[in-house]
Design a protein. Structure first.
Length: 161
């Protein structure tokens, strides 16, 4: 009879890891050294392709999340002729969608950004102005930094703003 259960614990950890891999779940790695994180995270999708999966990435960096929350907090109501939803079914770049996966301070459960308009989804849809497309550019820059999109696609999307 064993007096230590460390072998059983190791076996249980291996079985849990195997279950996660077999279930198709995504394992989250630790952030890079020097990167501060919060308990929150957001999933970002760049809606650009037709017929193939759109680029996706996650934001966990506390400074980036605070910057995004700051854009939303200071955005004025949008007063233009756009109707929700702002993401339309067209060819080419259609906007950026953000979904809060974990509680992220100052961020709604979901919002979209396209052509100077922020559509915040909740109990009611609220349209905000994205002054100089600052939030949209910030998210696209993060997509480039995370390698979700390459420099060529980034330039195609942002050229002519």
């Amino acid at each position: 009879m064993r007096t230590s259960n460390s072998s059983d614990m190791s076996r249980a950890a291996c079985l849990r890891a195997l279950l996660v891999l077999l279930s198709g779940s995504v394992l989250v790695c630790r952030p890079a050294v020097g990167q501060q994180t919060t308990g929150g995270a957001v999933a970002v999708t760049i809606s650009v392709f037709s017929g193939r999966k759109d680029p996706e990435f996650a934001i966990r960096d506390a400074a980036v999340l605070a910057s995004v929350a700051g854009y939303l907090k200071t955005a004025a109501p949008y007063r233009g002729p756009v109707k929700a939803p702002i993401i339309k079914s067209t060819l080419g770049y259609r906007g950026t969608l953000v979904e809060t996966r974990d509680a992220a301070p100052g961020l709604p459960k979901g919002f979209s950004v396209y052509q100077g308009v922020i559509e915040v989804r909740g109990e009611q849809v609220v349209l905000l102005a994205d002054k100089n497309r600052g939030l949209e550019r910030r998210l696209l820059d993060q997509a480039l930094a995370s390698k979700a999109i390459d420099a060529k696609l980034h330039a195609q999307i942002t050229t002519g703003w």
